[in-house]
Design a protein around this ligand. Structure first.
Ligand code: HEC
Ligand code: HEC
Length: 206
């Protein structure tokens, strides 16, 4: 082989290894995840499975690792988290990263907006969240804060309640979850929480 041929062989091999990693993620997702999260990963209200589109690979990977190690989803009262914990337990390190890359590369699908979204109270409350989640709830990966825009309102509410009750974000190894739990505990009551969720779910996901 001359130098040029060797270069092409190297490029083709690397290229197909890359394509194969994406293919593995897709196959895994179809086999193990679509039953609840749907083929486009936009979620399923009846199964309480959230929209996974628009979330970064880093956030997805951390959640899967946390479910797998019991940092998230270990509380007996957290039925949905326990289910995800069981599913993640069967994944190897390579599979977790293939799935995270694959899902992060899917087109964003925004959940239906709630009928009544605009409220003065909701907007005011959300101003306490922008420093981490961004003005448009687009998320801020450097801080580990996920995109919230486009997520289902029932899932946002469920997570805020879980952070408040300590079902999520109370494990000693969950530093980012602890930060978020402190924020959720600052929401005074459920009416405020509802106004906040309506506001976030009503935001346009750019
Ligand atoms: C049996 C139904 C079911 C299956 C199958 C399932 N999930 Fe889930 N998933 C859920 C539910 C329900 C939740 C919400 C957990 C909670 O409330 O904390 C969830 C949450 C998640 C989250 C957290 C999202 C966030 O915004 O923090 C990720 C990531 C996730 N699932 C990825 C996957 C992947 C990848 C697979 C396939 C390997 C999968 N799920 C298979 C039901 C399922
Ligand atoms: C100090 C930074 C910070 C602030 C301020 C903050 N958050 Fe978070 N939030 C985070 C981080 C980090 C996570 C991811 C935690 C994890 O990895 O489990 C998170 C996660 C969430 C989730 C879970 C999303 C999902 O997909 O599961 C919701 C909902 C949420 N935040 C809502 C809010 C709301 C509403 C406010 C304002 C009241 C707020 N956050 C303020 C940092 C913050």
């Amino acid at each position: 082989m001359n130098k040029l041929t060797m270069m092409w062989v190297a490029i083709l091999t690397l290229g197909s290894a890359h394509a194969w990693a994406g293919e593995e993620g897709r196959v895994l997702f179809e086999q193990r995840c679509v039953a609840c999260h749907q083929a486009d990963a936009s979620g399923n209200a009846a199964l309480k499975a959230p929209n996974l589109t628009g979330l970064s690979a880093a956030y997805l990977q951390r959640q899967l690792e946390h479910f797998r190690s019991g940092v998230r989803g270990a509380d007996a009262a957290d039925g949905e988290g326990q289910m995800m914990r069981g599913i993640s337990a069967g994944l190897g390190d390579g599979q977790v990263s293939q799935l995270s890359q694959y899902v992060a590369g899917l087109p964003r699908v925004a959940a239906a907006k709630p009928a009544q979204s605009a409220s003065f109270a909701g907007r005011g409350l959300y101003s306490g969240c922008t420093s981490c989640h961004g003005a448009q709830a687009e998320g801020f990966d450097q801080l580990g804060a996920p995109r919230l825009a486009g997520q289902h309102d029932w899932y946002l509410k469920a997570q805020l309640l879980k952070f408040r009750s300590g079902q999520r974000g109370s494990h000693a190894d969950d530093k980012l979850g602890q930060q978020m739990a402190a924020m959720a505990k600052g929401i005074r009551d459920e009416a405020m929480l509802d106004a906040l969720v309506r506001h976030i779910a009503g935001m346009v996901a750019e």
